[in-house]
Design a protein around this ligand. Sequence first.
Ligand code: MLT
Length: 212
Amino acid sequence: MAENDLGYFHKFIPSSGASGLTLLLLHGTGGDEDDLIPIGRDIAPKAAILSPRGKVLENGMPRFFRRLEEGVFDLEDLKFRTNELADFVNAASAKYRFDLKRLVAVGYSNGANIAASMLLLRPESLAGAILFRAMLPLVPERLPDLSSKPVFLSSGQYDQIIPKESTEKLLQLLKRAGAKVEMKWNPANHGLTEREVKLAGTWLQESRAGEL
Ligand code: MLT
């Protein structure tokens, strides 16, 4: 059962290991808190999981922020929702006793976009991020220092929803902010493939040997 507490319907699953790692799972448009749990398990089997449901409804479909049309975001709402989600994550870390310095976002599509926005506007709330099918959500007024925030970007060469140029702009912005970014272009469309989930798991293990 999802809990409706701290402002979000969400699930928290405690870690079954001693790694101290927690994954923040952020689903795509029309998804919910259950969607990415199997993917989180594949990426880091023993990590704790925090999985909120987006609060914005678009024709009944949950999302993490409002858009005016496909690919055109309501920037005021995006900023507001980014702060709201970062505050939720902070409150959840106190309630469930996990370390924000070991919290890695795993976002898909709309979830990847709000995770990227969190990195840009509230970088203290994440240790790193795995972003599947992300685009540039916004350009911050001040560039954050992301030198300690490794990012894995995984995109589809044939994706008809996420414009390639926008993903490339996000990649360049993250790099300019000092993030160590690994970018993978997959022979795939908008749907996630098993192979890239596996690659994300390997990347996370390797990053954990270093920064995370
Ligand atoms: C978004 O709105 O965040 C992107 O267009 C991806 C999507 O959710 O379709």
